[in-house]
Design a protein. Structure first.
Length: 240
């Protein structure tokens, strides 16, 4: 697996604006002349791009897999998409930072498609925890940029809903939610609330509860990988 660093910048020169790691598609995994489908992995608060890059070997070999580092530095090797404080009343967030975060993810999609020659019609986001929050937010606010989204152990921010795209732009968009019944960080009620709120949109939602905590296990990763592979099997890849 090739995982070169690409240093982030402003994106003004065409380089993606977030530091990231890359796994190329496997040799001969795609028909000659086919642009690769793109899977962007988004980590949780306090983590970094290496944590999600470790999942890349489990993903379909047809994917170009990019693991992005979020832009807000919390400490050495510790980053976030927005600041959050966990209180007895629930997570308290910086809503302005969150909105900036999901807009940055949408911009990063365009940057990486252009930089790596990926198939713009087959771009998927998969996030864990705060990365899952960003994946759902980006899907709802910029669905034209995505073919699907995966949320592992996350939640749907109510602040996103006023910014959601029109229903027709979201129609049929596939979304997978995977959440642990023993999650002690973002409790199961967050996943069930997201399922309820997403039901108001014409997306194609797949929802799984697993007997795990706040983390990614072999079982949950297998669910995600199989779901993503199934999305690639239709429609068929198109030559560029």
């Amino acid at each position: 697996m090739s995982l070169p660093h690409a240093e982030g910048g402003s994106g003004a020169t065409g380089a993606p604006s977030l530091v990231h790691l890359v796994r190329s598609p496997a040799p001969d995994a795609l028909p000659a002349g086919t642009r690769p489908p793109l899977l962007i992995l988004l980590h949780g608060v306090g983590s970094n791009e290496r944590s999600m890059a470790s999942l890349a070997p489990a993903m379909d070999p047809r994917f170009l897999v990019i693991s992005a580092r979020s832009p807000i530095a919390l400490g050495p090797d510790s980053f976030a998409w927005f600041h959050v404080t966990f209180t007895p009343q629930g997570p308290q967030i910086d809503a302005r930072e969150a909105a900036t975060g999901w807009a940055h993810v949408a911009r990063f999609v365009d940057e990486t498609v252009g930089a790596y020659g990926a198939d713009a019609d087959r771009v998927y986001l998969a996030g864990f925890s705060q990365g899952a929050i960003m994946a759902l937010a980006t899907m709802l606010t910029a669905p034209a940029k995505l073919a699907g989204a995966v949320a592992m152990s996350g939640r749907l921010l109510p602040e996103v809903l006023p910014h959601a795209a029109p229903a027709e732009a979201l129609r049929g968009k596939p979304v997978l939610i995977v959440h642990g019944t023993a999650d002690d960080k973002l409790g199961l009620h967050f996943a069930r609330s997201a399922r309820e709120r997403l039901s108001q949109f014409p997306i194609a939602l797949t929802y799984h509860e697993l007997p795990i905590g706040h983390g990614i296990t072999a079982e949950s990763l297998a669910e995600v990988s199989a779901w993503l592979s199934a999305r690639l099997d239709w429609p068929a890849p198109r030559p560029s």
